[in-house]
Design a protein around this ligand. Structure first.
Ligand SMILES: Nc1ncnc2c1ncn2[C@@H]1O[C@H](COP(=O)(O)OP(=O)(O)OP(=O)(O)O)[C@@H](O)[C@H]1O
Ligand SMILES: [Mg+2]
Length: 434
């Protein structure tokens, strides 16, 4: 349907698209992924000639649309585009926004355009908003109208450029669900997205763009689970993992929660689960870890297999297990390799700083280690509240009253499927799974 050969585009002498080659077949749902600034939007804009390429060919149904004699407006109508910002006309109602181009450009009668627009509003679930103005709609609803407006032109392919990235996290789901349903209808789509779980679920193929080329392409399984080339591998590893170096003094909880929420939304985690993750992280950081260490590294990983969330933390100093309420400092907990951890989910390897990696290696096999299974976990969490709390000074917990700490421990430990604590060679590491 679309064949792109040796496509090139520079801005002010800086090459953005160096040599893009791609084939898009009818019915393909292609996710275009890659680091920021690698030319994904430029590629899309070249496809429907919002940008003029410097060289190469774009054939649509056998016709080169870069040929000076090509029917550019006609070609453009075949390619609908949905942008990050919905660009609805503010003074027109929802139904008028959708009817505008079919009436003006396709010369449809108002009745015909109206009937079709109502049908499309049904598809995006907004029939009751037909006569509302855009400003009366939420961002997610406006984007759904923008999708209906694009479909009203009967495009052969729909290009989505990050359709959810301008939305509040709570509205991402409704828009993705509309796109997911569209994908099932067999319409050809190219989607630039940072929602990786979505890309994985919805696409027939994935293009990974980097260095001005389509650096690797394959099925979602190939690209996300078994990427062949180094840059793809490093990208995929990075998107499955959120890493921070945090300082207790400068800790901005609001910013941190925001990052975690956005990350979790991109991984298609359910809102209730996101709330739980945010709550556990808040208790873990503010009430458990920052009282014992000023600086720490934290990695958040989501298992691509079962959606289990793994939170790894690492800090300098050999402390005792901050979650084991009855454990005294420097007393190594007995090693009990629990079955829960042995059968634990496959979490992508972290990309933390050298310190994290080297210290983790250094600790392997040499340090004291405690591993609890899920059932043990829940009990010890409750016991932490019931039993006497440890000597605060002895484990370095300060400025928090014992009730707060006990509650924080209970919230964290009750939420864990399993946890591990290790300490050796000047570092301590706590890993929990939710
Ligand atoms: N009209 C323009 N004029 C000058 N430079 C531009 C223009 N459009 C894009 N660029 C530059 O081209 C490069 C690629 O931009 P593009 O928007 O295509 O990247 P992207 O992969 O879509 O990134 P993101 O994921 O951040 O949206 C960037 O360095 C950008 O600054
Ligand atoms: Mg872009």
């Amino acid at each position: 349907m679309i064949t792109v050969k040796h496509l090139k585009k520079s801005f002010n002498g800086v090459p953005v698209l160096r040599d893009v080659n791609a084939v898009i077949n009818k019915g393909d749902v292609i996710s275009l992924i890659g680091p920021s600034g690698t030319g994904k939007s430029t590629f899309m804009r070249c496809l429907n000639l919002l940008e003029t390429p410097d060289g190469g060919e774009i054939e649509v149904n056998g016709k080169n649309i870069l040929d000076p004699k090509a029917d550019v407006p006609g070609m453009r109508m075949k390619m609908g585009m949905v942008f990050q910002h919905f660009n609805l006309f503010p003074h027109l109602t929802v139904i008028e926004n959708i009817m505008l181009a079919p009436v003006n450009l396709l010369k449809q009668s108002k009745e015909e355009a109206y009937g079709h627009a109502m049908e499309l509003l049904g598809i995006v679930g907004l029939t009751d908003k037909a006569n509302s103005l855009p400003e009366e709609l939420s961002g997610g609803q406006q984007q759904r109208v923008a999708i209906a407006r694009t479909l009203a032109m009967g495009p052969e392919i729909v290009l989505f450029d990050e359709p959810t990235s301008a939305l509040d996290p709570t509205m991402v789901g409704e828009v993705l669900s509309v796109i997911r349903n569209l994908a099932k209808t067999g319409i050809t789509m190219l989607i630039v997205t940072h929602e990786m779980r979505f890309a994985k679920d919805v696409s027939t193929r994935v293009f990974y763009m980097d260095e001005g080329v389509i650096y690797e392409e394959g099925t979602p399984e190939q690209i996300f689970e078994n990427p062949q080339r180094p840059r793809t591998r490093s990208f995929v590893r990075r998107i499955n993992m959120l890493c921070f170096e945090l300082s207790g003094k400068e800790f901005d909880l609001y910013h941190f929660n925001n990052e975690v929420e956005n990350f979790a939304v991109r991984q298609l985690i359910r809102p209730e689960r996101i709330n739980k993750i945010v709550l556990v992280l808040e208790e873990l950081l503010k009430n458990i870890l920052f009282p014992i260490t000023e600086k720490l590294q934290i990695e958040l990983g989501i298992s691509s297999e079962d959606g289990t969330v793994e939170i790894r933390t690492l800090w300098e100093g050999e402390t005792s297990d901050p979650l084991a309420a009855t454990t005294m400092p420097t007393t190594a907990p007995s090693a009990t390799a629990g079955p829960a951890s042995a059968a634990g989910p496959q979490i992508p390897e972290g990309i933390g700083s050298k310190a994290m990696e080297s210290s983790a290696q250094a600790m392997e096999g040499t340090g004291s280690k405690s591993t609890d299974g899920a059932s043990v976990q829940a009990d010890s969490g409750l016991n932490a509240l019931d039993s006497e709390l440890p000597d605060m000074d002895s484990i370095g917990l300060r400025a928090l009253d014992s009730e707060e700490i006990g509650l924080a421990r209970m919230i964290v430990t009750k939420s864990c499927l399993s946890r591990e604590f290790e300490t050796a060679n000047g570092y301590s590491a706590l890993t929990i799974r939710l």
